[in-house]
Design a protein around this ligand. Structure first.
Ligand code: PGA
Length: 308
């Protein structure tokens, strides 16, 4: 039996519905280079998520979203646009019926109350079905801890928001050979005590974003990003006891992704798409990235169809 990602075909609530958590053998996908095809346990979705950060206004966001939606109509790719809070309504209206999901860039961990300037999960109802959690810019600027990020994650899940949890190491941590250790600690900190079934049912996604690659024009190599994606799933499987369910979690790469370099990441079987900042504001770039993602989605579907 296969786990199915129901929203790739245009589900209404943006949720993956896993129907199978048990381990089983599945298709292989061809891996570029001299290595043998790699067996993956089932087909994970291919996701391109746009993080617009503090860009666009309610006056222009809808038009940009509509243009991107029209330029990225490719089969098999889950598209998500995460505009600033104040642009959510305009983007949601512009994307109505377009099979592109809307996400927020953050959510408060409390249900409501005296938190001036904050936005609760309930406030996002009807505006967004996805949410980015623990972005490194918020870890840096708002000093978000792993514990707080874990609470936001729980809040998002209970509100039916599909979470993209961001993790990633600083440059000095990578240079000291501590990247896996740092990312694993972030995962354990945010995910400790959470039910794997609830996370999978909520469509949980991880974005590996090395901090030194965000907005810098520098990227991890495809091989390094893939190694980290594998380390992330090992951490989920072993440290957090998720075992084979770890294979079901989509892992995106983020950090200076463009239409020119996304192929390097998508040709890695362990990487399931991109969380894109700067390039996601450019329709040409989005068109190129989603077109490349569609190639990966088609290859995965073909491999699954053949039952390889
Ligand atoms: P970038 O941002 O693509 O501009 O590097 C990625 C992100 O922060 O999600």
């Amino acid at each position: 039996m296969q786990m199915r990602e129901l929203d790739t075909g245009g589900g209404s609530d943006g949720h993956a519905i896993p129907v199978e958590v048990a381990p089983h053998e599945g298709p292989t996908v061809p891996r570029e280079g001299p290595t043998q095809p790699v067996r993956i346990p089932f087909m994970r979705p291919v996701i391109i998520a746009a993080n617009w950060k503090m860009n666009t206004t309610p006056a222009d966001a809808g038009q940009l979203a509509a243009t991107i939606a029209a330029r990225t109509e490719e089969p098999g790719v889950t598209r998500v646009i995460c505009p600033p809070y104040v642009c959510l309504a305009a983007v949601k209206d512009a994307l109505a019926g377009k099979n592109v999901f809307v996400g927020a860039q953050n959510v408060h961990h409390e249900q409501g109350g005296a938190y001036t300037g904050e936005i609760s999960a309930a406030m996002l109802s009807g505006l967004a079905t996805w949410v980015i959690i623990g972005h490194s810019e918020r870890r840096r600027d708002q000093l978000e801890s792993d514990e707080l990020i874990g609470k936001k994650l729980a809040r998002a899940l209970s509100a039916g928001l599909r979470p993209i949890l961001c993790v990633g190491e600083l440059l000095d941590e990578r240079e000291a050979g501590r990247a896996v250790e740092v990312v694993s600690a972030q995962l354990r900190g945010a995910l400790a005590g959470k039910e794997v079934e609830a996370l999978l049912a909520g469509g949980f996604v991880i974005a590996y974003e090395p901090v030194w690659a965000i907005g810098t024009g520098r990227t991890a190599s495809g091989a390094d990003a893939a190694a980290m994606a594998e380390a992330i799933r090992s951490c989920l499987a072993a440290d957090l006891g998720w075992n084979s369910a770890a294979e079901q979690v989509p892992v995106l790469y983020g950090g200076s992704v463009t239409s020119a370099n996304i192929g390097e990441f998508l040709s890695e079987h362990s990487i399931d798409g991109g969380l894109v900042g700067g390039a996601s504001l450019k329709p040409d770039e989005m068109a190129g990235m989603v077109a490349r993602a569609a190639v990966t989605a088609m290859a995965r579907a073909a491999a699954e169809g053949k039952g390889e």
